[in-house]
Design a protein around this ligand. Sequence first.
Ligand SMILES: Cc1cc2nc3c(=O)[nH]c(=O)nc-3n(C[C@H](O)[C@H](O)[C@H](O)COP(=O)(O)OP(=O)(O)OC[C@H]3O[C@@H](n4cnc5c(N)ncnc54)[C@H](O)[C@@H]3O)c2cc1C
Length: 437
Amino acid sequence: MTERLLDLAGIGIGPFNLSLAAHLDGIDGVAARFFDRQRGFDWHPGMMLPGVELQTSFLKDLVTPTNPTSPWSFMAYLVAHKRFYRFLNAEFEATPREEFADYLAWVAQGVPGLRFGVEVREVDFADGAFTVRFAGGERERARNIALGVGLAAHMPDWAKPHLGARCFHSSESAHRLPELEARRIAVVGGGQSGAEIVLHLLTDERFAGCEIVWLSRRANFQPLDDTPFTNELFTPDYVERFHGLAEGRKAAIVAHQKLAGDGISPSTLRALYRRLYSLGRQSRGEGPIAPMPHREVLEAEARNGEFRLVARNGFDGGIDVATVDAVVLATGYGFAVPDCLAPLRHRLAFDEHGYFRIDQDFAVHWDGPRDNRVFALNAGRLSHGIAEPQLSLMAWRSAIIANALLGRAHFDVEMPPPLVRWATGGEPLPSIETLNV
Ligand SMILES: Cc1cc2nc3c(=O)[nH]c(=O)nc-3n(C[C@H](O)[C@H](O)[C@H](O)COP(=O)(O)OP(=O)(O)OC[C@H]3O[C@@H](n4cnc5c(N)ncnc54)[C@H](O)[C@@H]3O)c2cc1C
């Protein structure tokens, strides 16, 4: 029996590869399969705390921006669940994350070619095809790979020796917090996850009376910038121009744009502030909370069942020491080359920061045949910019990858010229002259 040869094997089924699978669904003649180690689709279950909200418009779903007639849109989900009118009438300021996760799971049940409960252990290349090996010993061969394994939880060095039931990453919160026995809890990290966890600790009855220390390296608890010109950074034409920049310019630009993608939703900030206000007013003995921005944790010591966190205050240069029973690390996520790529690693190109070098069409540079590609999703923060880890452009990226795979413009990804003149030159205006330097 001859082994089947797929056009594409997708590793990981988070929203990004799911979006790609939804784009490929219905296109004749494409053999694509996607694999995930989870038993079923589950979107960041460890951070699914009560009341959490999406930071992106529901219109930026898996398909709508590039494939609006697809059956896998958020609208189609609402209609299928007979919630269209009620959803509109609810006038959500932001879509509940639980509902968006339910939408994603619904798509994952309907789109063909997805397999859950299989871990990809190894990817190798020989004789014009990639071989994908699974934990159970099975394998698949494919002409192309779509790497959609997400980002890895970032653990600060000072925390690594202490990881366990009372010192854990935010991605485990929904599983760990219900079991946590602690009177004093430190939350480290001033992004959206840190804020959501602090709000949860301040509202869940289980934690009434606890002392909460909220430490953030950021100079304040800062909002996500969700204003029109900042949102231009999350458009295809900006990403295309960013991709064309010299490599040496990119890291500084990305760092400058941090709050466009990595700030706290204003609704979460308001809810937190109002909770602090009402706790203060009622003084029901709920116990104090110390919001401590501009603190960099330098070291942590575990002694007699307690953690001692030593933090430098960037505001006045002082040192604070917090002694707590538990530490939640809302310290974010970062790019990591997955172990399964070890056999291919030496053939892939990396930049000076250790990120893949990625083409405009999301194919990683490598020394193999041009017709065999490793498409990398959520790996191009430095190649494609800050939109890359966000939901905002996932449909557009899927359409680009699908077109590259098909070798034709199946999806219309042409965009009008940018509204903002990011790049030098462009359409002439009488008052603007571009110098050749
Ligand atoms: C709590 C949270 C909330 C977020 N909310 C928003 C938001 O509101 N708006 C926004 O724009 N962005 C948001 N993001 C950022 C981003 O949209 C999400 O992280 C998104 O899930 C990224 O999708 P992904 O497909 O790259 O990775 P993931 O969702 O992490 O999925 C990766 C999948 O790959 C699988 N996998 C990994 N390795 C293997 C392997 N070897 N074999 C098989 N399977 C494997 C994993 O099991 C997982 O299912 C949020 C992020 C977090 C953490």
